[in-house]
Design a protein. Structure first.
Length: 266
């Protein structure tokens, strides 16, 4: 189940490649190719969601089997905190910024009908701080994965889980650095909306590499050795198979008629 979850997550790389393709052709308008990319990206996102569910179930199983509840609790609490943080960030951004954006877009030209290029160029300075805040919040989930995979590496003795954890953490750091860079460039209006779409590609590539190691690690786990079960062997009590001579006390076979020592009748 863990290996399958990693493989399904890796399908997200297709969406990343399509984002790069869309950026390379410089398309910002809706076209047949854009709709196709959106459709494929939606399918890979659905596969990634299924992979996430399998991942959580599998890690819960490892947490139970290895007797280390932190393997799953790190992920559970990390996911909950990350989701709450993202909801708060988007709610604050929408409340504080959206009204200003709407008012400013209406005043971009005298006709009141702003072009798509004008709208994107105006939104970009507001969008980049949102990306930075969301990237920082997402690091909580990345740290949870880092801790959970390190524990799993110790318990399963598959050290490639540790490599996957390091790659996840490295991808998160790169994501924050690029988000901060793009946020600064967006603030000074030195970057366009089309370029913002690819800011997460380098960090995504690093994390997909981590999932490759994770998939290999899952399939490398060996079942723990079973404890030997000792089956007691029944040994009859000596008295039930032997009998004593009433004359000299010598132990004789149960079917003996005469004592082997004194010769007296038993």
């Amino acid at each position: 189940m863990g290996g399958l979850s990693a493989i399904l997550t890796l399908f997200g790389a297709i969406g990343t490649v399509l984002v790069l393709f869309n950026y390379s052709i410089g398309s910002t308008t809706v076209s047949l190719a854009t709709l196709g990319i959106l459709g494929v990206s939606s399918i890979t996102a659905l596969l990634g969601f299924v992979g996430f569910i399998l991942f959580m179930v599998a890690m819960h199983g490892f947490s139970r089997d290895y007797g280390e509840r932190k393997i799953f609790s790190y992920l559970l609490y990390g996911f909950i905190i990350t989701v709450v943080a993202l909801i708060v960030i988007f709610a604050m951004w929408f409340t504080l910024v959206f009204a200003n954006i709407f008012t400013s877009i209406r005043g971009l030209n005298t006709s009141g009908q702003a072009t798509s290029t004008q709208i994107l160029s105006f939104i970009t300075p507001y969008l980049t701080p949102l990306i930075l805040a969301a990237s920082i919040a997402s690091t909580i989930w990345i740290l949870a994965n880092y801790k959970a995979f390190k524990l799993l590496a110790d318990k399963s003795e598959v050290q490639q889980f540790r490599t996957a954890a390091i790659l996840f953490l490295l991808g998160g750091i790169v994501n924050i650095v690029l988000a901060a860079t793009f946020s600064a460039m967006g603030y000074f209006s030195t970057i366009d909306f089309n370029a913002i779409r690819i800011f997460s590609v380098p960090s995504a590539a690093i994390q997909y590499l981590g999932w490759i190691f994770a998939a290999k690690s899952y399939y490398s786990i060996k079942a723990p050795p079973q404890k030997a079960t000792i089956t007691p062997v029944y040994t009859p009590v000596a008295d039930s198979a032997m009998k004593y001579c009433p004359h000299c006390g010598t132990l004789n076979q149960a079917d003996s008629v005469y004592c082997a020592h004194c010769g007296q009748k038993l």
